[in-house]
Design a protein around this ligand. Structure first.
Ligand SMILES: Nc1ncnc2c1ncn2[C@@H]1O[C@H](COP(=O)(O)OP(=O)(O)OP(=O)(O)O)[C@@H](O)[C@H]1O
Ligand SMILES: [Mg+2]
Length: 370
């Protein structure tokens, strides 16, 4: 009896693993999910056909086309859209409790918390900043992913920030948003909403005018694109896996500087957002744009992912001049290519006692190919 029970539980476990594998991979493998699953678990063709059939029967999957042209997809389990009138008295909590939460029943509490955070922050932004009289919120869910979209028809986020900060290009607003603590209404806001929301969701995109800004959590990528057709107002799309394991608190804690009692005083700035297509990071003016408002933080991670080289004036401005003028701001470069590291070391060469020298040599050592 005991032995049989043991086998049954192993089978159940494997069976759940197979189901989970199909759910998590069918999106990127609509036509070859059967082959992929069969290879991974050593299943026969018949077994895999039966298994996919069973998932269709319980309404988790849908399929179309015959034999070789057969495509599978996750079935949309719930899709709901609501128009919002932005009238005095409307609050973000009402929208969350009335229009979104009821469509997210049964999710793990960490995922629900992140959704609550994203919805309340983004709806608050519509109410307080968009100047729109209407908005739309939609929630769509399949077995793998929750997608929440919030759209308004107001002044547009990038345009608003460009005007308020007097930026020469709306694209510069994206870098400022990624830095955090950016608000156009300091009397009532602190500029944390987009900073944390964009880091909590697996994918968060903001589209407005001709700009589209996307943050991907898993690969830690920050992308921006120019769209041909301009979008009036602002559209924020937030996606999270139904089995995400991180919590909102973990994300908040990352941006608490060491010994910090006041929370948000650390930031992580992706330098790719400073770079226009084909442009190199070489000038002092680019460095100044990067470091604008940075004195509001105590700890600043400069993420060089995707940057292969930097110019001497740029490195000098950030790592020698800025640091000398702002000794309380601790600046750490990360994900440096060897040329980037070398140029930063060069900017410090006049000051061999600077502790950053040791950090840079250590980083170089770490990435050495042996
Ligand atoms: N839907 C929107 N339409 C127009 N501008 C927006 C919109 N959402 C955000 N913004 C602009 O982006 C800025 C940053 O938004 P974010 O939510 O990060 O901070 P905040 O709302 O100012 O402060 P907090 O979220 O901490 O209350 C806002 O101050 C506002 O200028
Ligand atoms: Mg906000």
């Amino acid at each position: 009896m005991i032995v049989r029970g043991c086998f049954v539980s192993v089978d159940n476990k494997t069976s759940q693993e197979i189901q989970e594998f199909i759910i998590r991979n069918v999106g990127s493998h609509p036509t070859d999910i059967g082959r992929l699953t069969a290879e991974k678990f050593g299943l026969s063709r018949v077994a895999i056909v039966n298994r996919l059939g069973a998932l269709i029967k319980v309404s988790l999957l849908v399929a179309e086309g015959k034999t070789k042209a057969r495509r599978y997809a996750l079935k949309v389990l719930n899709s709901h859209q609501k128009e919002l009138q932005i009238v005095p008295g409307l609050t973000e909590d009402q929208v969350w409790l009335r229009d979104v939460k009821p469509h997210l029943l049964g999710l793990p509490s960490n995922v629900l918390d992140i959704c609550a955070h994203g919805v309340t922050e983004m709806v608050n932004n519509v109410i307080d900043h968009s100047e729109s009289t209407t908005a739309a919120i939609s929630v769509s869910r399949d077995a793998a992913t929750i997608i929440i979209t919030i759209r308004d028809y107001g002044v547009g986020i990038f345009h608003k920030i460009q005007q308020a900060l007097n930026l020469s290009d709306p694209q510069h607003a994206i870098l400022e948003l990624a830095k955090g603590k950016l608000t156009t209404d300091a009397a009532k806001h602190t500029g944390e909403g987009i900073f944390f929301t964009s880091r909590m969701f697996d994918e968060c995109s903001i589209a407005s005018g001709t700009l589209l800004f996307i943050r991907l959590r898993r690969t830690d990528d920050w992308l921006f694109e120019s769209e041909e057709a301009p979008k009036d107002g602002t559209e924020v799309v937030m996606k999270i896996a139904t089995n995400a394991s991180h919590t909102a608190k973990e994300i908040f804690d990352i941006y608490r500087a060491e010994f910090d009692q006041f929370g948000f005083s650390k930031t992580n700035i992706p330098l790719v957002l400073l770079k226009y297509e084909g442009e190199q990071l070489i000038s002092r003016s680019q460095a100044k744009r990067l470091m604008a408002r940075i004195d509001e933080f105590r700890e600043v991670i400069l993420d060089f992912k995707g940057i292969t080289s930097i110019g001497q004036a740029f490195a000098d401005e950030v790592f020698r001049i800025y640091r000398r003028e702002h000794p309380v701001v601790n600046i750490y470069p990360v994900n440096m290519a060897p040329d980037v590291n070398g140029m930063i070391q060069r900017s410090l060469s006049g000051n061999p006692d600077d502790p950053l020298n040791e950090y840079l040599r250590g980083d170089m050592e770490k990435h050495k190919v042996t």
